[in-house]
Design a protein around this ligand. Structure first.
Ligand code: G1P
Length: 317
């Protein structure tokens, strides 16, 4: 993304400001991971030696976003602690520069703000709580249980596109048609001559939250990254409960679209890690561990031996 500055900037063609704040909705109960998530927020489950939430804040920081609002809930204060200073720990690590740097990094990534969503009434409802922090400016939303490979960044291109269109910018990935019930699904048409380093740009012609395979307009699913204009807050207020009886962000965006706000999306061809369910979480841990410079070689060797060995310890036949 050579033409994109890492710092918040203005899109040259339009003079519109680039979003400089990110909102991470992270108030959910994570029932899929109980009892592990009874006292530990799922956003703090480790992927090797960093919690999921840190990868997400790093993704924002890498895109030049240094202001992050966490929408939290009861029992989730430790998420904020993770990004706070720990002078006592830093003092103890004075002779261990690598560990000290790793600890300090969490404190320096971004300015972290929080607000509480007292009841979990849906993703749209959660994002609505960000209004007093972001005002009428565009902002990014990063869902708290998925992230993309740092070497295949998605957010910079989304921020740039939003500054050009002034509308809603989404990212899609292709899903098995049988899985549409888990995602927001969109119908699209080609956008004129738009191409980014990380995927084709399309114009969205309709969105529906968690349709059955029969109802789904395509197999393009909404990925957990959004860049939204400030007017989304008014749309959220006007959005009735939808799928699952919850106030859905997809429905609020669809309302804006039908009222004339342009909605574009990048069909992301990079690697997306989804830690929202135990299987995806395990896959993420294995993939990241296998790619780590310090652990990868040894881990891959062990993994190869492991998959070639049956559960009783003998070789597979
Ligand atoms: C949310 C959104 C959905 C999106 C998905 C991506 O669903 O409502 O539109 O496709 O994230 O992970 P959830 O995972 O909260 O059910």
């Amino acid at each position: 993304m050579s033409e994109h500055s890492a710092n918040p900037s203005t899109a040259a063609a339009t003079g519109r400001p680039r979003a400089v704040k990110a909102v991470i909705p992270a108030a959910g109960l994570a029932t899929r991971f109980l009892p592990a998530t009874k006292a530990v927020p799922k956003e703090l489950l480790p992927v090797v030696d960093r919690p999921v939430l840190q990868y997400i804040v790093e993704e924002a920081a890498q895109a030049g976003i240094g202001d992050v609002l966490l929408i939290t809930g009861r029992g989730k204060t430790s998420m904020v602690d993770h990004f706070d200073r720990r002078p006592d720990l830093e003092e103890r690590l004075a002779q261990k520069p690598d560990l000290l740097a790793a600890v300090k990094r969490t404190e320096e990534l971004a300015a972290i703000y929080t607000c509480r969503q007292p009841e979990q009434l849906g993703l749209g409802h959660a994002v609505g709580y960000a209004e007093s922090h972001v005002g009428d400016q565009p902002f990014a939303v990063l869902l708290g249980d998925e992230f993309v490979k740092p070497s295949e960044p998605l957010l910079p291109a989304m921020l740039e596109l939003q500054a050009r269109t002034g509308g809603v910018v989404l990212a899609f990935f292709e899903v098995d048609p049988a899985e549409t019930k888990r995602y927001g699904i969109a119908s699209v048409e080609p956008a004129e001559s738009e191409l980014t380093d990380i995927g084709e740009v399309v114009k969205v012609t309709g969105m529906v939250e968690k349709p059955t395979p029969e109802e789904a307009p395509s197999n393009l699913a909404v990925l957990g990254r959004y860049v939204l204009p400030g007017k989304i807050f008014d749309a959220i207020r006007r959005t009735p409960p939808g799928s699952g009886g919850e106030i859905q962000l997809t429905d609020a965006m669809e309302l804006l679209r039908t009222e004339g706000t342009p909605v574009h999306a990048i069909v992301y061809r990079g690697t997306r890690y989804d830690t929202g369910m135990p299987l995806g979480y395990l896959q993420t841990v294995v993939q990241i561990a296998a790619e780590r410079e310090d652990l990868g070689t040894e881990f891959r060797k062990w993994l190869t031996d492991f998959v070639n060995t049956d559960a009783s310890g003998g070789p597979n036949t």
